[in-house]
Design a protein around this ligand. Structure first.
Ligand code: HEC
Length: 122
């Protein structure tokens, strides 16, 4: 094989491998946050939920697809409920106390919400 062909092959292979090395876009919900949402929030705020009021207020799955301004409003309402500790609702927690957010989970969610709000308000 000539040097030129070897070099071209090397270049070709590097280009093919390149996308694998470039950093992927970050997921909307980081793994840890997603796990918390799934465990503690998703039951009411998702398509299969029967809590129409909850669905009207927040659908986790739609968040990412929303227009930026509307998305920011939702994130801000999430920040508010985290601040107040008002979700999941008190009445529900009386029956399912294990669904209460732990301090650590609240912190993790807040960190994510703060970051996302900042990104959206740029
Ligand atoms: C047992 C069902 C249930 C669970 C679990 C639940 N929610 Fe809700 N959520 C509701 C209902 C019902 C409403 C609507 C309350 C209203 O309109 O007064 C709501 C409203 C909200 C709102 C809108 C608040 C507003 O005033 O605009 C946010 C944000 C929210 N929930 C976040 C969360 C988060 C975060 C979690 C998980 C930590 C969670 N919810 C878990 C039932 C639930």
């Amino acid at each position: 094989m000539s040097k030129t062909i070897q070099l071209s092959l090397l270049l070709l292979v590097s280009f093919l491998l390149l996308p694998g090395f470039s950093s992927k876009p970050k997921p909307y919900f980081p793994k840890k946050v997603n796990a918390i949402i799934q465990a503690k929030c998703y039951g009411c705020h998702s398509a299969d939920s029967k809590a129409q009021k909850a669905k009207d207020k927040l659908m986790w799955d739609d968040l990412e697809k929303m227009e930026k301004g509307a998305q920011l409003e939702k994130i801000q309402s999430i920040q508010k409920v985290l601040e107040k500790g008002s979700m999941p609702p008190e009445k529900f927690l009386e029956k399912m106390p294990e669904k209460k957010l732990t301090e650590k989970e609240t912190k993790e969610m807040k960190k994510w919400a703060d970051k996302t709000a900042k990104k959206l308000s740029k």
